[in-house]
Write a protein that binds this ligand. Structure first.
Ligand code: ZN
Length: 303
């Protein structure tokens, strides 16, 4: 990650389950022994302004789903654009999180760790590199009570056809609306585009999350409420990646792409907020901008 700030994009969105969803809580301590709770319950959190713990979508869960979909998109162009933690260096890929087996990772400085990481790790991070994308926890829309159901499930032994496990009780969420935020700092247009592509696919219900994905659970719809892009320099009505904003030294050290600017003008001038230039788009326009940048990653990886 660059020490300096060049740009930041913040997506605000709402997530609604389209099919029943279960993001499992980790059971520990007393909770694990409580006979009232279902065997698999939806993850909950306590918030300072609420009396009871309530269901939520941990940012890490969404981040994992977005990352793995982005990796799938990258590998559809070239295998080595996303390292595979299950493969070792000897098997011809990049190895675990790009750096498995490397004994001298502590000698890598920031730019070297960045340049030597795969495209996925540059965006989402690995053991020696902080990622550029961050996903906050998603909380319930307070104006709409979530609908929960209890269902029973069994695991079937594939060979004998007999019940291998169960019946167990599942706590399923059938309706709710969560508000979330994803941000990416010092992004190239390709990186912003890859996130946009993954989020747009998710919004189309193509990327399920949580338990039982293969059985049709966890399909979600995303609506983009707002997209804002902050820079220190006036973007003059264009979407600019870090390659267009960084000086010669950082450009060289991080091997940044050029010109790293969206050719199509977005027809909006930046406002000034607390010293930053801010381009802001509401729902329909936000989705338009995402569609506009979504193709940049293919260009950037030379696909
Ligand atoms: Zn990697």
């Amino acid at each position: 990650m660059h020490a300096r700030f060049y740009n930041e994009a913040i997506f605000k969105f709402s997530l609604r389950p389209q099919t029943p969803m279960l993001i499992k809580a980790g059971r520990s301590g007393e909770e694990a022994l409580d006979p009232i709770l279902p065997d698999m319950s939806f993850v909950r959190t306590s918030r300072p302004d609420r009396n009871e713990p309530e269901v939520y979508v941990p940012g890490a869960s969404l981040r994992g789903v977005v990352r793995s979909h982005a990796e799938k998109l990258l590998r559809s162009i070239r295998d080595n654009l996303a390292c595979d933690p299950t493969q070792t260096k000897e098997e011809g890929r990049l190895g675990k999180a790009c750096f498995a087996g490397a004994s001298n990772t502590e000698k890598l400085d920031g730019p070297q760790a960045y340049v030597k990481s795969c495209y996925a790790c540059r965006l989402f991070g690995n053991t020696v590199l902080a990622g550029r994308a961050r996903v906050g926890d998603l909380y319930l829309d307070p104006s709409r009570a979530p609908l929960m159901e209890r269902r029973y499930g069994v695991a079937i032994d594939r060979v004998t056809g007999a019940v291998a496990q169960g019946p167990f009780e599942l706590e399923i969420l059938t309706d709710a609306r969560f508000a979330g935020q994803l941000s990416v700092r010092n992004f190239t247009l390709g990186q912003l585009g890859l996130l946009a592509a993954a989020l747009l696919d998710m919004g189309d219900g193509l990327v399920p999350m949580g338990y039982g994905k293969s059985r049709g659970l966890g399909r979600v719809a995303l609506t983009f409420d707002e997209l804002s892009v902050r820079t220190l320099r006036d973007p003059a009505g264009a979407l600019l990646g870090v390659g267009a904003l960084a000086g010669a030294e950082d450009s060289k050290a991080y091997a940044l792409p050029h010109p790293d600017r969206e050719r199509q003008p977005i027809g909006v001038q930046a406002g000034r907020e607390r010293g930053f230039y801010v381009l802001r788009a509401g729902d329909a326009t936000a989705k338009q901008w995402l569609e506009l940048v979504a193709g940049h990653w293919v260009e950037e990886v030379g696909g």
